[in-house]
Design a protein around this ligand. Structure first.
Ligand SMILES: [Fe+2]
Length: 156
């Protein structure tokens, strides 16, 4: 195998992008309060982007002779993003703060993917990761700005 570390990050992303999609869906469903009519549909765009990244990451793994996790039980065992039972009592700012926390984890995982794919010479995956990493950081900026916070991408 030429790209073992890259393939491990790809499969980790399959689990974590699936989990993040579920978490965003939960907040899309459970949110209430001011700005609902704007921020509920915004999360549809967020989910579309996550689903697109998930499909491309998974199919890149298959193109490299890998086998993506594809059951809820495998994803629950593998993801490193924590979930919580849905509740009606959080503010919209708290919900967006939790989504941004998950995005910071994805930002770090894509960064790791960029480093290992460069080290292993998998420049095609590296190229794909560059765009997705940039898109994740743009969402961090926008969702943080919505709740009056800095992106904290280079200030951690
Ligand atoms: Fe919906």
């Amino acid at each position: 195998m030429k790209y073992p570390k890259t393939k491990e990050v790809l499969n980790q992303l399959v689990a974590d992008l699936t989990q993040m999609h579920m978490i965003v869906h939960q907040h899309h469903w459970y949110m209430r309060g001011n700005r609902f009519l704007k921020l509920h549909p915004y999360l549809d765009d967020v989910m579309d982007e996550l689903a697109d990244q998930l499909d491309q990451v998974s199919e890149r793994l298959i193109a490299l002779d890998g086998s993506p996790v594809s059951t809820l039980s495998e994803i629950a065992a593998k993801t490193k993003i924590k979930d919580e039972k849905g509740n009606w009592n959080e503010t919209i700012d708290e919900r967006y703060g939790k989504i941004v926390d998950g995005y910071h984890y994805l930002d770090d995982l894509y960064q790791k993917g960029l480093e290992v794919s460069d080290e292993e010479g998998d420049y095609s995956t590296n190229d794909m990761f560059t765009g997705f990493h940039t898109a994740i950081e743009k969402r961090i900026w926008m969702m943080s700005a919505e709740i009056n916070k800095a992106p904290n991408i280079d200030a951690k």
